[in-house]
Design a protein around this ligand. Sequence first.
Ligand SMILES: [Zn+2]
Length: 408
Amino acid sequence: MTSTRYALARTAGSLAAGLSRRTGRGDGTTVGGRITLALDPTALEHAAGGRDFAIVSGTNGKSTTRTFLTAALLTRGPVVSNAGGANLPTGLTAALTRDRTARIGVLEVDEPFVPIVSEAVHPRVAVLLNLSRDQLDRYAEVRRLAGIWRDALSRPEAPVAVANCDDPLVVWAASAAATTVWVSAGQRWANDTAVCPACGGVITRDGADWSSDCGLRRPTPTWTVEGTQVTDPDGTRHQVTLAIPGDVNVGNAAMAAAAAALWDVTPADAFTAMTLIDEVEGRYLRTSFAGVPVRLLLAKNPAGWVEALSMVPDHEVGVVIAVNARPADGRDPSWLWDVGFEVLRGRVAVATGERSRDVAVRLRYADVDHTRVDDEAAALRAATKVGPVEVLANYTAFQTYRRVVGDG
Ligand SMILES: [Zn+2]
């Protein structure tokens, strides 16, 4: 009975998705998934179809790590993945309904949905990257998310946790799992983990090490990351030269390699596959505008901005800082004051987006030379006069820039 109901729900979902695509209301993924799930709440479990899954979650790096892990597992055969970043149960249902053949799946999952998705797809592994506040959520929110993960991982038949030992919130959550693989993937943004998630006491830091009086402390990693080198559990060092920028992405690559190892993909094969990735849905995309090289970087929250700013090269470049404050971005841009824009001193920046005035005020206090240009294309053109351009944009501003450079 259920399977008949599921078949009907699936058909209705794909019809709705097709209709949505044809009428130009988005790519239809979410609409189709929503209808399938509404008609059959067990649709995600059915769509999973007993296949072998990895899930990837965390505040930052989900899409990149999902892309890395997919590349590594493709060395084992076809892989289904929720490319496009639709990471709620609706989007996952749609992605799994579309591809019925691949036996392995890599799913990027929005943080609060880790328990629901785990129950439905029974993943072999959960890759847990980091937890920090998004937009203006406060510590209580990320602590609550860590608790939700912890509950999910303490259930019987919970997945193996591949977890970042440098993030105390992740460690507290993942230490509930029966089996954990610790990776020193780094934590550039420690502002949300001054307080121990287990006892509420202070976290003491000593270099990379950290501990709390209650006994929660940094576990010893079996995969370690130093600069662009990753040491695997056998002690073999791998030079990981990625096509996409950022030390943070070497950490993400190590997390993906540790997960791929559960399918017997060797670290060497995994990293080779990952070095071929040169963009993730427009992020890190190298393109050109008015004959000048341009790269697009997405930053959605304070931790993401710190990472993106670290990817701006030292040499002469033009920098565009584009910030909107629509619902998808978070309405309140006061987080601008939590991010160290001072690292841009000595560079020439152009502030744009709907909140360009807020950006300009922040850059003035950071003592960064800048101009303010309302129109996004005009802002990019102004930056090209300096040299190659790095565009750092938050969510909806990033979508605008994909259109400006003709990608999406
Ligand atoms: Zn503690």
